[in-house]
Write a protein that binds this ligand. Structure first.
Ligand SMILES: [Zn+2]
Length: 215
């Protein structure tokens, strides 16, 4: 199936994702939520309609091959290199204060953040072309790469899901994985297993020290 083919032509993720071929495949816990609406828009072309209140926060990658299927007056969107929310917790706090109760984490295959080593030299040259010294450019990449570099897009999604749930315990976080070849989202199998076991409900206290460690 073409939709499973990664950039390298392998089916690396096939056994790690659950395909959403119709609305019937959407987990019951997402029914009637902006998460279900987003999946229906992304995968099946359903329209999303403007709303007086923000419906959802969508966190995804800066990836130029993907544009979100959302209208104005619908979603807060944070796009970062790699699509993770680390470093954006201030914005998350604002969004939650505006009444948003759902966060969509949309990862994708063939992410450039898995290839930082490959792009590093060109990035250094890019900074140098902007007037930076080579030492400053190298030092900047050295210190910031750990926050953005990922080894595996699906593993990074799982880690970010669990990190977020440790510091934002009562907001609903939905991890989705988008294939650039057909631009459909899928559910990670680990998440399906997770919800079958039963997710912890409600708010629990977060230790101050843990917040400092996880931001
Ligand atoms: Zn990416």
């Amino acid at each position: 199936m073409q939709g499973w083919l990664g950039a390298g032509g392998d089916a690396y993720y096939k056994d790690k994702l659950v395909e959403l071929q119709s609305s019937a495949n959407i987990p019951a816990r997402w029914h009637g939520t902006p998460i279900e609406n987003f999946i229906q828009a992304q995968n099946f072309g359903y329209p999303l309609f403007p709303h007086p209140e923000p419906q959802v926060l969508i966190s995804t990658c800066i990836e130029f091959r993907y544009s979100l299927p959302v209208p104005n007056n619908y979603a807060y969107v944070i796009r970062t290199a790699g699509g993770r929310l680390i470093g954006s917790e201030f914005a998350v706090g604002y969004v939650l204060a505006r009444g948003v109760k759902n966060i969509l984490l949309v990862a994708h295959n063939d992410c450039g953040m898995t290839k930082i080593a490959h792009h590093k030299e060109a990035m250094i040259e890019a900074y140098v072309a902007q007037g930076w010294s080579r030492a400053a450019a190298e030092g900047f990449i050295q210190s910031h790469a750990p926050r953005y570099a990922i080894k595996d897009e699906l593993d990074a999604l799982e880690q970010e899901y669990h990190r977020l749930k440790k510091i934002f315990t009562s907001v609903h976080v939905a991890p989705l994985f988008l294939y650039l070849s057909d631009r459909r989202v899928h559910i990670p199998k680990w998440y399906c297993d997770f919800i079958q076991q039963g997710l912890p409900a409600g708010t629990s206290a977060v230790a101050d020290v843990e917040i400092k460690q996880l931001l």
